[in-house]
Ligand binder design. Structure first.
Ligand code: ZN
Length: 123
């Protein structure tokens, strides 16, 4: 049974996701601004790109975990629009409410997340 989110819940999660997205983006912009003060043309180039669009270079300039989180946030926003938000993308069960509030961009329930992490460790 997919979780039924009312409009307020949806708005709340959309806001949470947008805030996290913004904080990652701002962190990147701050980093670039700092290097800009060190007079780097490359940094300026990145600032231009970051300001104009969501480019590959922009994503590549993020740390792996930030980049991954941004992509997960975008996917979570899409699920929110399609009414699939809060459902584990692996086993289709509802993701716990507390978990969703803590990591609203997570695609997996805690069990599947643990399984995935164990598989990664085993590699
Ligand atoms: Zn699951």
């Amino acid at each position: 049974m997919p979780r039924k989110l009312n409009k307020k819940d949806k708005d709340d999660f959309r806001r949470l996701l947008a805030a996290k997205k913004e904080s990652i983006t701002r962190k990147l912009t701050d980093t670039i601004t700092e290097s800009k003060e060190m007079d780097s043309n490359v940094a300026q180039d990145l600032v231009d790109k970051a300001e104009t669009s969501y480019t590959k270079e922009f994503l590549l300039s993020l740390s792996d975990s930030d980049r991954e989180t941004l992509l997960l946030i975008d996917e979570a926003l899409k699920r929110l629009e399609h009414g699939e938000f809060g459902v584990c993308q692996s086993c289709q069960t509802d993701i716990g409410g507390k978990r969703l509030v803590a990591v609203p961009w997570t695609p997996y329930c805690i069990d599947c997340q643990q399984k995935t992490e164990e598989e990664l460790r085993a590699q």
